[in-house]
Design a protein around this ligand. Structure first.
Ligand SMILES: Nc1ncnc2c1ncn2[C@@H]1O[C@H](COP(=O)(O)OP(=O)(O)OP(=O)(O)O)[C@@H](O)[C@H]1O
Length: 463
């Protein structure tokens, strides 16, 4: 049995009526993925009232692979896939996806946005706005698409959650022009969509699509990373007599910044909240709780659940101060080899390049999008923080927790100190909470300010 027996209010959520929409918020390790899988199984079971075909959808491929591994053998009528795959498949089924090449890939998108910024800048007096990092413009365009903002007037009106300083109207006008030029460049190159505006097309297409729906129910895991427009499109995708169940944790939002399920117009009866952590030992959870209370992690209290400390005791997270990065890598490699004798261990770094460098010479399973089988036997997984979302391992090893790597300099350049701390703090939170029993962090130089400074949280080691 890969899924535990539900406890407390978990059965209540799993067996909620299969009609109407539900929102379930829970902090890390509270069983959202477990409940999502069991709810999908329940809604698909022929013995359930109003049962029918279920789409269990999430953001990234590695989690899809993990969900498939968790799926009970007897469960039928459940499709598990990423939102991107669902969206592409639907548009293809109605003849609106010319080919895989119809979607602009990130490198092309960046290139066209850079070009668009330059083109629009020429029509203005020289100013610092247009010299902002491309990451800022990419992010703003992603937000516009994710919110389903369809006009400049609407863009000026819609409030933005979480941005420290909003943009002035004149700046929004400039961004809107950049968006228009970007779309023109993209269309000229034969790309009808990018991964962010796919959802609006899906939403619009379903509004016109009068055929019976393929899915009666949708269950969303890691919903905080889906844009409001993606969620709206999923609501439009289900049978009107069916249901959408949204599971999410806004402390773990690492994609689609500044958006909330509340902006997508879901009509729900109540929000269920879960705070009991079943994954981490008390010591790891204590660190996670301290992280969640740091000022840069503050957010809308309506979206956040305060975590509660679990009872299972273990050892404190180890924080190793190293001489240099070479020593960090030596320690991580030795520890990974050691932990992998008896359990699963993940080496997680801020970037893929860092993760690969540290794992050089180790036999690893990469948390890549093409990971097609979940292996729960002892061994080493390797990935970037992002790729570990929703997963769990007996031990997590995190190199490069020094200030030179966290927050990542590119994020600081694109968004400034405060917003970079918020974004990178959530990434660090996602990564640390993947550890069931052992967590080891290394740094050289100065430790990142995104980790709590309370010494009592760590076993500190200087090799
Ligand atoms: N009722 C339960 N009894 C025992 N263990 C449980 C229970 N519910 C969940 N768990 C275990 O807790 C761990 C975390 O569960 P799960 O991955 O579903 O949490 P989550 O809320 O999705 O976490 P995250 O948001 O951090 O990814 C898993 O190992 C799961 O098997």
């Amino acid at each position: 049995m890969r899924l535990p027996t539900p406890k407390g209010r978990q059965p209540y959520v799993i067996f909620l009526p299969g009609q109407g929409h539900q929102v379930v918020l829970g902090t890390a390790g509270t069983g959202k993925t477990t409940m999502a899988m069991l709810r999908a199984e329940h809604l698909a079971a022929p013995t359930t009232a109003n049962s029918g075909r279920v789409l269990l959808v999430t953001y990234n491929n590695a989690l899809v692979t993990y969900l498939r591994y968790l799926q009970p053998a007897a469960a039928q009528n459940i499709t598990i896939e990423t939102y991107g795959r669902f969206a592409r498949g639907y548009l293809n089924s109605i003849g609106q996806m010319p080919s895989w090449n119809g979607i602009a890939q990130p490198a092309d998108r960046r290139m066209w946005v850079e070009q668009a910024v330059k083109e629009v800048a020429k029509t203005y007096q020289p100013g610092s706005f247009f010299s902002r990092d491309t990451g800022f413009f990419l992010d703003e365009l992603e937000w516009i698409s994710g919110m389903g903002v369809a006009s400049l007037d609407e863009y000026k009106e819609v409030p933005r959650v979480g941005r420290e300083r909003g943009l002035a109207n004149a700046q929004k006008e400039a961004v809107w022009k950049i968006l228009m030029v970007y779309r023109r460049l993209r269309t000229d190159a034969g790309r009808r969509y990018d991964w962010y505006d796919l959802a609006s097309s899906v939403h619009a297409a379903f509004a016109q699509d009068k055929r019976p729906r393929h899915y009666r129910h949708v269950v969303i895991d890691e919903g905080q990373d889906l844009s409001p427009e993606a969620i709206r499109s999923l609501v439009a995708a289900v049978d009107p007599q069916g249901s959408v169940t949204f599971f999410g944790d806004y402390h773990q939002m690492i994609y689609g910044q500044g958006m909330s399920w509340r902006s997508c117009g879901l009509k729900i009866q109540r929000v269920e909240r879960f705070a009991d952590n079943y994954r981490n030992t008390a010591e790891i959870a204590r660190l996670a709780i301290a992280m969640s209370r740091m000022p840069h992690m503050a957010g809308d209290p309506q979206d956040l659940v305060e975590p509660r400390e679990p009872a299972a005791a273990g050892t404190r997270p180890t924080l190793v101060e190293c001489r240099d990065e070479a020593q960090e890598m030596d320690i991580i490699r030795a520890q990974a080899t050691d932990f992998a004798r008896n359990g699963t261990v993940a080496v997680l770094a801020r970037t893929w390049a860092d993760a690969r460098q540290v794992c050089e010479g180790l036999r690893v399973r990469n948390l890549q999008p093409d990971l097609n089988r979940w292996d729960a036997t002892p061994g080493i997984y390797c990935g970037a923080y992002h790729s570990a979302k929703g997963l769990e391992f007996d031990a997590v090893l995190m190199p490069f927790c020094g200030v030179a790597h966290m927050p990542h300099p590119d994020t600081v350049t694109a968004f400034g100190d405060d917003e970079a701390a918020a974004r990178e703090g959530r990434l660090l939170y996602v990564s640390t909470t993947r550890a069931r029993t052992d967590l080891l962090l290394t740094y050289s130089g100065t430790v990142t300010p995104l980790l709590p400074s309370d010494d009592a949280l760590y076993a500190k080691v200087t090799p």
